[in-house]
Design a protein around this ligand. Sequence first.
Ligand code: NAD
Length: 472
Amino acid sequence: MVDEQKVSRIVKDVLSKMDLSAINKPTRKQLGVFDTMEEALAAVNKAYVQFRKYNKAQREAIISEIRKLTHAEAETMAKLAVEDTGMGNVYHKILKHHLVADKTLGTEDLDTRAFSGDGGLTLVEMGPYGIIGAITPSTNPSCTIICNSICMLAGGNGIIFNPHPHAKRISAYTVDLVNRAVQAAGGPENIVATVANPTMETSNMMVNHPSVKMLVATGGPGVVKMLLSSGKKAIGAGAGNPPVIVDETADIKKAAKDIVDGCTFDNNLPCIAEKEVFAISAIADELIHYMLQNGCYMLSDPQVKQLEDVVLVTKKNKAGKEVRVINKDWVGRDAKKILAQIGVQASDDIRCIICETDFSQAFVQTELMMPILPIVRVETFDEAVEMAVKAEHGNRHSAHLHSKNVDHMTQYAKAIETTIFVKNAPSYAGIGFNAEGWTTFTIAGPTGEGITSPRSFTRLRRCVLSDALYII
Ligand code: NAD
């Protein structure tokens, strides 16, 4: 097994010597990055005319270059993403870049159905949508752009990105990288385009432009709702609040490590990451014991209250009612830095903050995206499932379980209906990290495409040849 902390220290050392000044002040114009949305749209439309003629092998050659460059520049992108957004963990982001380069599906995902018989031959093929407008998050900025680019180009589409404004430098860098890969494979200039300064206005322009035929939102509830109300074909990959249940049949020592590994991956930024634990009382003490051995700090009850005032802020919602929402300043930050806010000087080994709470406590109910993990004790598995379903808030995104009881697995999966359901592993197994299956950074629960892949970005077309080519 890899000693994660040792590797992390080596990576930190190498990265601290890495100079990003050339990236921060580019000496050449970044490819595919435009000052205005009008220019970006015109450029991608022009490129698409050429790209439409590309066959699968040509598209696959482009994808292969994207994979190569992503591997080669994983460290640079990871460091720039943390610098640009102030969120996440450089070492884990490096791993995410290698994952997206290796395990995003390419053109092999596209297939044709054929029906032949007395009436002739009918084909059902996966064709491009055209130009796709994609909104990307601040939490996984470069990985989402790379994953979307591979999938959408595999499907034969052109792409226009309106990235999160708080991740505009890393997003521009990634769009440039994708265009460099396209050029290396002899592809058309600007088949992937974006704007240097994305805003709500550029987003609206992209959404409403007649040449944009499909929209894809990877982000929180606001942006998903906005795209789904656009009147265009849209794919929505929205928020989650993944619960994890641990029952009395689980390997408790392994469960504790897996949960902490998943929860702290990239400082809890992934939407699939463990956000709250429901532990059967009989094993709760043992679980906490092993969590403490895996780099956790246990808060006292007064410290929970103190931390609530740091990581949550009170705001008025649209109906004028006061609600507590996350303080974005603390999203994706190191546990040690968060603890310092309540006067705790933690050692470098502390990577996760845990606490025992009741079900209604804010950390259980809110998608914090911070390495903070509340634990709720329950008496029975039925009770755990009932609470997990409520805490997931109907997002139907991700849920996790540590158990060897197949009936429990079935009961929980049926009740919670999530896109991703991981048993006996860290949450990141759900996107193929150290597990089987392809990866994605756009998990489309609300619109049902699930673990998106090239076929998600195609439209089915039927081609009928009457009374011929039935050759038997
Ligand atoms: P966010 O919702 O704040 O922003 C996403 C993007 O949408 C940004 O570009 C933002 O500027 C834009 N945006 C937000 N509201 C908008 C509106 N009303 N109109 C137009 N554009 C709008 O998301 P974030 O903070 O970057 O990402 C975190 C959220 O995204 C979490 O809720 C997380 O669970 C979710 N997420 C989901 C997936 C998934 O695959 N399902 C992946 C990553 C992140």
